[in-house]
Design a protein around this ligand. Sequence first.
Ligand SMILES: C[S@@+](CC[C@H](N)C(=O)[O-])C[C@H]1O[C@@H](n2cnc3c(N)ncnc32)[C@H](O)[C@@H]1O
Length: 268
Amino acid sequence: MYGPQMSLAARLESYKIAVENGDNLDDFSHSEIKRMRKALRKEADRSNKYKNISGPQRKNLLKVQERLREVVGLPVDKAEIEENWDQFPEEACQTILEKLDVQYRHNTLQDSHGPESGFEQLNSVLTRATKYQEKFIPQEVSLLHKVWWICKGDFSDVAVLDIGGGNACMCLFASMILDCYSVCIDYVCPPEELCGELYLSEEDRERLFKRITCDVRDVDFESLFEVLHARGKKRIVILAKHLCGCGTDLALTFAKEFQQYCSRKGFF
Ligand SMILES: C[S@@+](CC[C@H](N)C(=O)[O-])C[C@H]1O[C@@H](n2cnc3c(N)ncnc32)[C@H](O)[C@@H]1O
């Protein structure tokens, strides 16, 4: 059934399925098969060129490219943007980095990869619904390994601050596995059964963990500093995993300002 009842896209889809399944193509005329092959070749070229990025996503990316040039006063040339759709102009990036006073770009961070067995090991530590295990374990293993790598395996004077830490699973993993102190900062304190720290003994909780319930904008630097200082913590690793809205920007501002506060105190 081809014609008004079936669009070209739908027809192409049934052609693809027939080819994949090795079905016979009697349902397609010779000229139609030629057309389908041509359409598939075009589709493959497009997806190679655009690295499998879908049409709507690419449209957004082009818009970002356009705005980036506008913001820094570079000419907006659609043909040039189309050509360089996957590379932001160095001049624009530089201007923005300077304006935002960014010292380290993401691609200056060194890659670090942990052993694959970490997934299984962490998986066995905590009982969570499968969908949460599947979603969170890779993130948690990866972050734990990075914390380990940044601290070079010595955690005696390390505290991990998890901003927007929610149920505190991430920072408690750090505390228990790396034996470091951790602080979970979140403006919402989850219901008791979802507060990870309440599953620790009182003694371990006191030794390893603190929860601060407030907006990251309003953290009292002095009392946070005192908590860390009293425990001899001098190196602070800040995590901010999956914050919503402007949470990540606020976490970056917190990191910068808290570091300045600590240096004024002659620490870190
Ligand atoms: C999507 S959840 C992520 C929770 C956890 N980091 C994770 O990856 O499972 C975002 C968390 O960030 C917290 N959050 C967002 N903005 C915040 C802010 N400005 N100050 C403190 N917490 C914030 C929310 O309350 C929420 O618990």
